[in-house]
Write a protein that binds this ligand. Structure first.
Ligand code: HDE
Length: 708
């Protein structure tokens, strides 16, 4: 038992008293000596009498090496860090449950898809890719979306991203890709940013990256919340049913709250205002019972259909358009419990794409095949032992037993002599241990890929892998005009940070294969001449526009109150503000499933009309970038003061520039004027708020931003 026991908590709650002599002025909690679980011990169980002073020879003498308590404490502390993940180092995790909402036994024998209503515990971890563990949450980057299903037939890890395709086609290129995007090796910067020479140099030489580049430069790269991202398994996997028949499958996660992103200017400012923006958002939502949920969908197709496509379904730089094969929803994941300890759970979570269960199988996607090696290998390096599967967050929640033995940090205590198989120990009454089970054990899909000739050993890619531009074009052309402008502006921004002119030029030459207009507007944004079009290994084809690729097009119209679900509204007030109005807005936002956050120039008690109010955040520390919409209830006197406070002016200017709803009262009008806020359908009188709902007013954008 650790000091985290109930008894220890109780004893910590007792009143404190200074203990002179033991800890000088240190505040000491009294110990309940009758309760052994309340007494501080070292790691070997020895009770400790003094946790403030090391053992020294005389009051002014040197510290003694025999102080095993000090040495153990420092020794353990010195080794608290483990290697961070080489990619996806920055992440946030939570526990939850998966529930089957549509049984699909004809497609797969996977235990979790057999019966509607069946549930299974899950652990999900979301991450950025490029930055270190201590980097900010909102850089432009891909987001990892990894889910561990603790099923009754073992763990299934669906280790995906919020973008359905990947930069490269073959695992051989992964170390190069990652080296290029990480901080440059001589200077050690930039951190968590793709906007630099080496990344764009690499991608400019690897046209297969162009499709994913379109996604990463779109608003998908700057999500508003981890609760509002889609997830994708990326690779084509295989479902296998009881009869051993297989179908191809692509996995999708659709967020119940809808997909939402920030604007680039907003993402940059959030990084300063709250580097933990996404982590805090996820934690607070779950903590307050506002559980984020995603529907799990599948696209199912067979070899015959796959063979007819203009792209190869084994190529991870390609997606299957949803208007070709619709996404069928088969379950829902709800995250309903925060971790108790970030290190023990989120940091030690070890995801393995090789963790699949009977009913699910791999395909020959060369990227997936490489991942099957990498993750197991990396866990040994991060967690230090082949026994990492015994750490509670990684351990299966079904019985697991075999003849693997020993190794560093072994925590299991196998009994008896049977550590080999076959054995006949059961013949003499001893436990012979477990045996393989042909009936229920994992079997690989029986058929080989019909289009493959396994008699050849080759270092080549299949022919259709050479089409690098058709789907990049499909993605770009499926966006709204506003989204296209965001993509163009993002590429201009990134390339502006690239000092190598030939690299910028090479990117432009590639973009011409995607869309001539896109290339032109980026060349214009960089004040560069458009170079010759890069030769394409295969000429791109035009594919049918797909609305599901656009965030704005697929955002279903929502009622005003649904727009508030899971969103956060900042309410600015000050001395003399009307408490009744504040209370009205607060409760209306909360009853629609949103969060109301009170902001004031000072954090403590403020005298308002009708009583006193305490703010949740101080104005300078709660800029409007951390809210989805803002409202202000201010008296003219308070406004006069705030006119001289740039944080107040910026509060409105930013909300306006980020195309958010602004609800104002009469008194605020002067502030709006100073912030250059122009009245449009998103700038509403306080009396109409939040009845009017909240949205992003993209029509406003050309007035506030010179987009490429
Ligand atoms: Fe990963 N990736 N990856 N990756 N990846 C890791 O595994 C790797 C790829 C993804 O929350 C590492 O445990 C190779 C695609 C996520 O813990 C490492 C290749 C996709 C996470 C690794 C890929 C991903 C990782 C680093 C190319 C989307 C975080 C630490 C063959 C489908 C999981 C670790 C978490 C993490 C290798 C490509 C997603 C080094 C070699 C494609 C979400 O093993």
């Amino acid at each position: 038992m650790t000091s985290n026991s109930k008894a220890a908590k109780k004893s910590r709650a007792k009143s404190t008293s200074p203990s002179i002599g033991q800890g000088g002025e240190t505040q000491q909690h009294p110990t309940d000596a009758s309760d052994p679980t309340a007494i501080l011990t070292d790691n070997h169980g020895h009770p400790i009498s003094d946790n403030q002073n090391s053992l020294r020879s005389g009051t002014r003498g040197p510290t003694l090496i025999e102080d095993f308590i000090l040495r153990e404490k420092i020794f353990h502390f010195d080794h608290e860090r483990i290697p961070e993940r080489i990619v996806h180092a920055r992440g946030s995790g939570a526990h939850g449950v998966f529930e089957c909402t549509k049984a699909i036994p004809a497609l797969t024998k996977a235990s979790i898809f057999q019966k509607v209503g069946d549930t299974c515990p899950v652990f999900a971890r979301f991450s950025t890719v490029a930055g270190g563990a201590g980097s900010v949450d909102t850089p432009r980057d891909v987001r990892g979306f990894a889910v561990k299903f603790y099923t009754q037939t073992g763990n299934w890890d669906l280790v995906g991203n919020n973008i359905p395709v990947f930069f490269i086609q073959d695992a051989m290129k992964f170390p190069d890709l990652v080296h290029s995007v990480k901080m440059e090796s001589d200077r050690g910067y930039p951190q968590a940013a793709s906007a630099h020479d080496t990344f764009w140099d690499f991608v400019s030489l690897m046209p297969e990256t162009m499709h994913m580049i379109m996604w990463a430069m779109s608003d998908r790269g700057i999500p508003r919340s981890l609760r509002m991202i889609e997830g994708f398994g990326v690779h084509t996997f295989r479902f296998v049913n009881d009869a051993g028949d297989g179908q191809y499958v692509k996995f999708h996660w659709k967020p119940v709250l809808g997909i939402q992103s920030t604007t680039w200017d907003e993402a940059v400012k959030i990084a300063g205002a709250d580097p933990d923006f996404h982590r805090r958002d996820l934690f607070e939502a779950i903590d307050s019972g506002d559980f984020p949920a995603w529907d799990l969908g599948v696209q199912i197709f067979d070899e015959v259909w796959a063979a007819k496509q203009a792209y190869d379904v084994l190529d991870a730089t390609k997606l299957i358009p949803e208007n070709e094969i619709p996404v069928d929803i088969i379950g829902r994941m709800t995250l309903n419990r925060n971790v108790d300890n970030f290190f023990a759970e989120t940091e030690q979570a070890a995801f393995l794409p090789s963790n699949i269960i009977p009913g699910i199988d791999f395909t020959n996607d060369p990227l997936l095949q490489g991942r099957l090696f990498s993750y197991l290998d990396t866990q040994k390096s991060r967690l230090g032992t082949t026994n990492f599967h015994q750490i509670p967050i990684n351990a299966p929640q079904c019985p697991f037993q075999n003849f693997q033995r020993d190794g560093m940090m072994q925590t299991h205590l196998p009994k008896g002599r049977a550590n080999y198989e076959p054995n006949s120990l059961s013949d003499v009454g001893e436990d012979g241990g477990p045996r393989a089970c042909p009936e229920h054990g994992f079997t690989s899909f029986r058929a080989n890929d019909e289009r493959n000739d396994p008699s050849q050993k080759l270092r080549v890619r299949s022919e259709l892998f050479a089409d690098h531009y058709s789907q990049a074009r499909l993605f770009y052309r499926s966006q709204t005009a506003n989204e296209q402008a965001h993509i163009a502006s993002a590429i201009v921004f990134e390339l502006s940070k690239v000092s190598l002119e030939h690299v910028r030029s090479r990117i432009l030459s590639r973009l011409r294969n995607i869309d001539e207009q896109l290339a032109e507007r980026i060349a214009d944004g960089l004040a560069m001449d458009l170079p010759e079009k890069a030769p394409a290994a295969r000429d791109p084809i035009d594919m049918e526009i797909t609305d599901a690729l656009s965030i704005q097009k697929q955002a279903s119209p929502k009622s005003a109150s649904d727009q508030l679900l899971g969103r956060k509204v900042g309410i600015l007030f000050s001395d003399g503000s009307d408490k009744e109005s504040i209370d009205r807005i607060k409760s209306a936002v909360e009853s629609a499933g949103g969060t109301a956050f009170l902001v004031a120039p000072k954090i403590g008690k403020i005298k308002v009309k009708g009583g006193t109010l305490q703010a949740d955040g101080q104005l300078a520390g709660s800029p409007s970038v951390i809210f989805d919409a803002i409202a202000s209830i201010l008296m003219p006197d308070a406004v006069e003061k705030l006119l001289k406070d740039s944080a107040a002016v910026q509060w409105f200017a930013d909300a306006y520039a980020h195309c958010k709803t602004i609800a104002y009262c009469e008194g605020t009008k002067k502030l709006l004027a100073k912030a250059n806020v122009e009245y449009d359908s998103g700038v509403v009188a306080i009396a109409d708020f939040p009845r009017c709902g909240i949205a992003r007013y993209w029509d406003r954008e050309p007035k506030v931003r010179d987009l490429a």
